[in-house]
Design a protein around this ligand. Sequence first.
Ligand code: GRF
Length: 199
Amino acid sequence: MPSRLAVLVSGRGSNLQAIIDHFAATGKERLAGIALVASNRADAPALKKAEAAGIDSATFNAVDDGTELLRLLHEFRIDLVVLAGYLTKIPSSVIDEYEGRIVNIHPALLPAFGGEGMYGTRVHKAVIAAGAAHSGATVHLVTDEYDRGPLIAKWRIPVAKSDTAESLAGRVLQVEHVMYPRIIEMIAVLHQLESNSSS
Ligand code: GRF
């Protein structure tokens, strides 16, 4: 049975779009499919992308103890939670129940340039200000601490002398769009392997 993904978004949704396109183009819907796109923000442009792709979407209250989000994840029988530009902390109740099954992508090489408040342009500005020779993208499991969960994959790219936060963000985003859908596919297959061998 395909893994049922929930993609949590707060903003633009370009990673969401890359995941939608990947599973559609590769015909790998039998491995995994997005069952739900959920957002803490009713005005997130990503919700329109879900709608255009015919995927169920919902908004939820992210300042409660996780009750609303858990209710949605149960209702849609979600196996794997994918954070794609989701900017609010995941409550402990959700992390406990979905331990090892919540992934995030960060636009730098963790553990550097991560942690609370490190998102969007701030990350790329910090990379440039530090004079780092490389940046990149990191996919990791989500735990109670911002950007500190076990690392799954990293891809490194050079920072050019002429880079601005915007130009670097654009190149990192290209990497994210290649990397994230494929890593999600890998995780979905590995989870299936695990559940087949334990049943
Ligand atoms: C990406 O850079 C991702 O690494 C970070 O938030 C950004 C989301 O962009 N977690 P988008 O909404 O997927 O376009």
